[in-house]
Design a protein around this ligand. Sequence first.
Ligand SMILES: [Zn+2]
Length: 303
Amino acid sequence: MDVELTFLGAAGNVTGSCTLVRLGEHRILIDCGLFQERALQTRNWEPFFVDPGTVDAVLLTHAHLDHCGRLPKLVKDGFGGKVFCTPATLEIARVLLFDSAYLQEEDMRKKKRRHEKQGKTSPFPYEPLYAKEHVEDTVPLFVPAPYTAPVKVVPGITARFHEAGHIFGSAMIELTLEQGGETRTVVFSGDVGRLHLPIINDPHQFEHADVLIVESTYGNRTHGTVESIPDELARVIMDTHRRGGNIVIPGFAVERTQEILYPAAFDVRRQPDGGDSDGDLQQAPGVVRRGDRGAAAQRELPL
Ligand SMILES: [Zn+2]
């Protein structure tokens, strides 16, 4: 079978996910993400490893920018094929890509002004990686692919998107490659979520793959249980409240923030240390009674 996988990002680093799959004369990309580590951001400006005009399609695992944020650059540089992703990924990616273009343009304006003040000149041109109009050219290429439904991507390549349990719409992509009577299954995990999260479905569990490409960002860590999260969060909030401090939680706007807010709104009322549950807790702004979800929805949370 004449098939080749080339890892073009998120290999030896965390961001910039992009894998080229070539089957005979067909080329597809799994993800087309931004490099977001500061030291690697210049890689976003380098020409793509493959001529974007020769790529037949892109398949997205999910809408985080390190998986889809270079798509408008791919389009700007000549890509005109279809972009397959789940319907929820389509909706979220559309918002994030316009936001990304705005930030790229804003960053460039600030950098230019700063350099003018300092009398410096950048070795790179003063233009954004891509602009709003490139996102406008990208969005019509999106094709929704519901979970589990087979999608004919190009002759010889069929894709199925399965729940990845990472963010809304996130998918593991199962490719079936067929050529000359041979068949191979390749699974791309994308970012994989945890079991039993409160607002996201559990990831699909595969029974078989000939090749598995799996994310390993947290592969060297043992997480605590999901069930322990509300207690840990409650402990941090209450300790800080008692000391009169503030809590600053850096979090991705998509997914992590919701995961923090959910237990903060609904579960923090529980006392992990068995202390007086009607004491300090009642005075803590935004702390709501467990199960009192209607009230939680109407309250302003401090986080
Ligand atoms: Zn992600």
